[in-house]
Every structure is written in C-alpha cells, then in structure tokens.
Design a binder for this molecule. Sequence first.
Ligand code: WTA
Length: 631
Amino acid sequence: MAEQFDVKLVEEAKYYTPRPEYRENAWVRNYDEEYARFLKDPEAFWAKVAEELDWFSPWEKVLDWKYPYAKWFVNAKLNVTYNCLDRHVNNHRRNKVALIWRGENGEERIYSYQMLYREVNRFANGLKRLGIVKGDRVCIYMPMIPEQLIAMLACARIGAIHSVVFGGFGVTALNYRINDTESKVVITADIGIRRGKTIPLKTLVEEAIINAPSVERVVVLRRKEPKVEIHSGIEIDFYDLMEGVDPYCEPEKMDSEDPLFVLYTSGSTGAPKGVIHTCGGYMVGTYYTSRVVFDLKEDDIYWCTADVGWITGHSYILYGPLAAGATIFIGEVVPDYPDAGAYWKLIQDLGITIFYTAPTAIRMFMKMGEDYPNRYDLSCLRILGSVGEPLNPEAFEWYYRVIGKNQCPIVDTWWQTETGMQMITTLVGEKMRPGFAGKGIPGVVPDVVDKAGKSLGAGKLGFLIVRNPWPAMFRTIYKNDERYRKYWETIPKVYTVGDLAVKGKDGYIMILGRADDIIIVAGHNIGTAEVESALVSHQAVAEAAVIGKPDAVKGNIIKAFVILKLGQKASDKLKQDLKYHVRMTLGPIAQPEDIEFVDKLPKTRSGKIMRRVLKAKELGMDPGDISTLEE
Ligand code: WTA
C-alpha cells in the first residue's frame, strides 16, 4: 500500500474552512476544549455522555480495564431499544418520524417513533412465541426494508443476539454464519429488489440451511403477489407471527456487558471473524458519535447509504441515530438506477440534510459527470459524510464542490467493525484537510507508530493504533478469543488496527489502506483467504492466490492467479465458470474481476504464498525483500 503514500500531500497543507455558523451551532463548538476535557478525566467524560441515556440501574464503575479486556458501565442494566424507542415515545418525539423508507419504484413507507415502537414490540413477542430467549442467536438475512430494522430491534428487545448477514452474500457465506453462531431462527424475505431485478433470498436460505442443524424456524417476509408458498412446520410468515400477540413486550433487562449482536468481518487469514459488541458501551459510543459527528439536530433528515448488513448500518443507520432520536431515511435503492441521478433526486424530494456515503460511490458519481447532481436542488444538504476507505483529495474536492456546493462540511470518518463507533474525523466546524480523515474523536486516542510501538513524527508512514479502550470497542471474536487478543498483542498494550497511516504536522491523520491481506473493494472488506478457498473449492483448481489491484472507482478490484489441476485446460469459459463459482459461494462482492492462469505461485520456503510479490509484478513495481522466496 505504501505506493499510494503521497509525500507532497502531507507537506502542502491545504485546508477548507466551513462557514462560522457551523461551529457556532455545533454540539461541540470547540474540538480542542472537548478533547482536553476528555483527556483530563476519560471516565468522567464518558459518564457524562451515558447520563444522557436511560438505564434501569446505574453503573458501579465506568471502566474496568484489565488489558486487553474492558468492561464499560460495570453492572449497569439497560435495554438499547428502550433508548432507541421507549425514551422517545414517552416524550415529545412520540409522533416524530423515525424512519422513512423508499423502494426503487418510488414506493414509500413512513414510521413515527410510536409506530416503530409498536412493530418492534409485536415482533419481539412473536420471536418469544417461537421460543427465542435471551442469549439465543437469530440470523437476519433481509433486503433494505423497514422489517429488517424491526427484526434487529426486536432481537435486542428480548436480549437475543442478532447476526445480520448482508443480503448480497451467497449460500456458503450465509451457511457459515448460521452455523458459527448456531442460529435458531433465520429471518428473511422472499425477495430483495435491485436494479429492477429480484434476488431470491428465500431460495438462498433454503439452500443455506441444508447443513445447518441449529435452525428450527425460518421467518419469511412475503413481498411478492401472489404470495409465495410457506413450508408449514419450519417456515412462518413475518406478519402472521405478529398476529394476536400482546402489543407490549417488556424490554429485557440487559447487563451492560451482555452481547447485543455478532457481526462477521473478513479476516486476513482463514475464516471470517464474528465480532461481538455488547449493550452498554456500544450504545453510549454510537449515541455520542452520531450526535456530535453528524451534529444531529431535531429537524434533520439523515441518510446513511450503507447496507444495514454492515457495521456502518448497525451503528449509523440504526442504533446511534435512533438513540439520538433522529429521523432516518433508508432505501432499497442503488446510486445508478434508474439513472445516476437517483440519489440526488431522493435528497431533493425528501429534503435530506445529512448524507453519509462511501468514497467508491463518490468516485462513481465523478465518473458519471456533474450533470446528474446539477439537475437537482441539493440546497437542503447541511453535512456530508464519508466512510469505508480513504477519501482521496480529488473525491473530497468533487464531493465538497459539486454536492456540497462549497457549503457543507465533510466528515470523513475512520473506524472499523471492531471499533463499533467512529474513531477519527474532523468535527463539523473544524477546518478540513482533503486526504486526511482528521484527529481522534474526543474519547479516542489514535496514533501512528512503528513495529515496536514507538510513536512516529509527522510525515512518517507507520501503523495506525489506538492507545486506550473506548466504550464501543468489540469485546471478543465469537468462539475465538485468541484472535481478539491478537489485536491488542501485535504491538503490546495498544490496539493495532491493521491500517497504514501517516500524521501531518498539524496532527491530522491520513489513512492509506490496509497493512494486511484484506482487500477493500467498493468499501467492502474481502479477505484474500476467503476468495482463495472459494476458488480452490472448484473442481478444476489446484491453487489460487488473490490480490487487490488499485481501481479508480472501486478503490481496489480483485485479481486471482490460478493454478489448474492436471488435465484441466485454461479457457475463457473456465474463467467465467470460476467467477460464477465465487459469486455463488461468497456473493457478487467477492467475485474476481480478473483471473490469470499460471503454472507457479511465488511462495516462501514455508509454503506461504507471497501475494506482495504477485502484486508488485502486476503493478510493475519493485517486489521489495524477496529473500524468503522459494522460487
Ligand atoms: C477502512 C467500516 C480510510 C480501513 C466502518 C478500516 C477507512 C476498514 C475509512 C474497516 C476512512 C474505513 N478512511 N479508510 N474514513 N473508514 N476505512 O470493518 O481500512 O467494514 O480498517 O468498517 O475500512 O472496514 P469495516
């Protein structure tokens, strides 16, 4: 990744300063002061945030830190949904719009806090009816529709641990996640809709549960008319499950450290990692950041374009914004259907004020030209956000000028599935520096260090780390605590992120990308090992190695080098077959764009594939130290 390090950019300090009103009206008016307040007494800082939320019983201690394990808000009792729903229903937000949903064809559904509360209560009682109790795992594999959020909140209400699987994943990926969590129930829909086509989610679930002994029931939301048939016994209709239940479901009194959900993220080696987040700290961390990073105000309409199946959706569509009492918009929409003006039309028509998207989408819009956004009135926009990969300066400038009309602050937020909450950004009102995400959010102490953990000065490329525990940090990797500890033990005493970064003289941090074998394709993390094992599971393949190749729009694309088994013949048809095979196994996001058949792969003497060498060769660069290379 070091090849993308642009020294010039670190030296020439170019800033954009938002209009003074932004700072004057922001929740946090002075970053330095807020940060100093945090540093002076971190526990008091977080306690003050937590006090803004509702707890059934208070904590005895804010933080119990026994490296590398943290407990936050020790022994406090709460329910996250009480904070996302009841709290608002019991006050002036009762009839405030909580959720606006649009489908591709313009279909619209709106829920007030009161309406959402009722649906969640009823669905929670429905889940109880299926025998789901606190601690049970429930897999949710649904399209971007309100019922997906309702299902997640219903799990949280009764203390069931949801495991949301992105609707774009294939059968094998889904099956792995169901089995690893031993989910008792899978909640799905008959179909998802994308670019006018339907995706047969239920059919994929049927296949994915063939070798999944834990699954007792499948709840199916039926969207299509006439309604698809339901297999009695195992399947049950989403709304039938809510029929005749009590309209109120007492929120389960959760301990602060009880798990809230598990969410899988790609690892650099082997199987995906089930990241565990807990109730108390996660709620406090996502609430605080939603409020101050987006500077959420009562009359904002906030749109995060991520899928709920990713951490961004968990933290910044659902839990954080609802805890803050926001009006959120979600859509089963894509940026370029029916045309590349789709998002801009929605922003204009709904009066979106805060828009949070990914660099890959911004670069795609750049490619499509300014005509599309210029056709719409985007003056309702107040704040723009970015997440998922580095927001390169060109994309920053385009976003700022064409979408924000040189008016809107851009919050480039760096964080991860593991961190649960945003960690680095430039708060609204502060001067922004293209190419740099910014500084640690109050509550977070990031740094750039060398391999030994020594802090590096300005302009030096190193590893991004976080020095102190933070409330929304993950607590473990499901059934694999060793992998959790690795994050804190790679460089002793600090959390090693896995990204490369560089600090400017001003303390702003530029993130350069992954330091390991994870490839970020259009904002989605893909583990090389996962794609390689999908390729090798094809009968024609003996060995495979996968690298990320820089791409102007997607950030990276996947290129695979494949050694065929004896007797197999390389052909374009076989390339297509292999792509299709990966698509069906892992899902479209993991499909290699390019496949090259080779006779040999560069390996270390111990047999590890040296992807670095393949990548250097592919990009026509110096492969660096190859002393461990076998052939
Ligand atoms: C990358 C997504 C640069 C980074 C919330 C990180 C970013 C990985 C940014 C986590 C950003 C995320 N600038 N890089 N603003 N945000 N990343 O777990 O490499 O899907 O380690 O969480 O995305 O991806 P994940």
